[in-house]
Structure formats: structure tokens, C-alpha cells
Design a protein around this ligand. Sequence first.
Ligand SMILES: C[S@@+](CC[C@H](N)C(=O)[O-])C[C@H]1O[C@@H](n2cnc3c(N)ncnc32)[C@H](O)[C@@H]1O
Length: 248
Amino acid sequence: MRAVARVLLLLCAGCTAVELPAQGVLRREVDRVLNTYWRGREGYAISAKEERRINRGDGNPGLYGELAPEGARRLAEEWGLCEGGKAVATFADLGSGVGKLVVQSYLEWPGVHRALGVELSATRAKRALEAWEALLLSDEAFELRQMALNLAGDNDATPNPAEEVKLLHGDLLDADLSDVTHAYVSSLCFPESLIFDVSLKLKQAPRLRAVASLQPLNLDSGARLLALPTSWTSRRGMGTIAHFYDLG
Ligand SMILES: C[S@@+](CC[C@H](N)C(=O)[O-])C[C@H]1O[C@@H](n2cnc3c(N)ncnc32)[C@H](O)[C@@H]1O
């Protein structure tokens, strides 16, 4: 009962967050580039063979869905990454699909200095890279990142998107998390064994301060609950409950 009350409270806080006009422009531009450059590069369809390899017969971790752009904004608000000041955080999406959340975090969250995505599906990782490289070539990544930093009052930094965003193909359990401060795990369909291994992996990440996961993790700290809009929840619905952990 307490947890439900907390979710509602946090939901209300998320809804009432004031959006400044210039921030609204940035967000609409980010939505536009995510729609444009990722068209035809969606993460849903991969071969049955690849899906079998990812699922390894245990659970369904290869099942696809995305955090909606509004869900990403709630995540950033909850972590205080929308605010100004020097960008110091390194964000990682572990199981990053076609990389939209990673790119959104970099373009839109001024508190993030570097963004990393790790994805096991070769097809999704390839689509992520293709979309990101097309966006880099257009210079829109640079321009939107600069707009986000300027909006946050940082007029000195020169963005270097090609260096500051990494979209990797591989197993999240093998990823180098040594610089990561904030991690998101879309773990809803992860089997118990993978949840166990992810928890161990995260406990060993030396700079990790905050984690959000769609399934509870074992991280030696209590979780706050917050509903995040996703591609599989209705636009008017609450979203999917995520577990937020603050680490030492
Ligand atoms: C539900 S999707 C989430 C996509 C993205 N994070 C988002 O929220 O928009 C989960 C992704 O995790 C990937 N995945 C599953 N097991 C993985 C592993 N061990 N290492 C890396 N990625 C994995 C799947 O292939 C899938 O693309």
C-alpha cells in the first residue's frame, strides 16, 4: 500500500514538472530525430535464430520494447540529470536495443557527459550504429547537444558526440562499467539467473550511483518505485513500474 502511494506521489511529481518553452523545442526536435533517423531501423523484428540465441532457452530476454521518450524524461528528472551545471554523469543502457534511449540521454540530458549502450543482438546493435552515424553525419547530434548544454547555462563546452556516445554490440555482463554512474536495465523479461548476474555485475561497478530496473535487483539498498511510460503501455496509462536504487 505504501509503495503504491509512493508511485502515485512520484507520478504526480513527474507530471507537474514545468517544461520551459525552449526545453519544449529541444524535446520536440529530439522526438523528430528519433523518429526520422530510426525509421526502418526498429528493434522489433530480428531473425528467429538470433532470438533463440539471445534467449538461450531460459526466459525471454530478447523480447523487444522501448522506454518511451516521455519515460526517458521521467528517468532524467528522477535522477536530476535535466538540470544545469557541469555534465559529470556517464549513463548506460544495458540491453540498449537500437540505441534510442542512449542517444536521447546524450542529446537531451545536460547532466550526462557520456552515454553508453550495450546490446546482445547483432541486428539491433547494427541498426543502432547506422542510425547514430547518419545523425552524426547530418550534424544534428552536435547542434541538439549544444542546445541542451546552452539551455542548462553551459556555454563553454564543445560537444564531441562521436567520442561521447558509444553503442556497442556485446553481452552486458562483459561490458566495461568502470565509468558508469547511472544505469538503466530494461529487465522485464530477463530470467532469474540473468537478474542475479546483472545484480552482481552492478555491485562491482566502482562509480555507480543510481540504477533503474524494470525487475527488482539485489543491490543492498531499498528501491523506490516509479512508473515509466513504455512502448507497450498505453499513452494514457500509468506506465511500467521501475525500481530505482540509490547507491553509496
Ligand atoms: C526490452 S529491450 C529494451 C531496449 C532499450 N533499452 C529501451 O528501453 O528502449 C531489451 C534489450 O535487451 C537485450 N538483451 C537481452 N539480454 C542481453 C544481454 N545479456 N546483454 C545485452 N543485451 C541484452 C535484448 O536483445 C533487447 O534488445
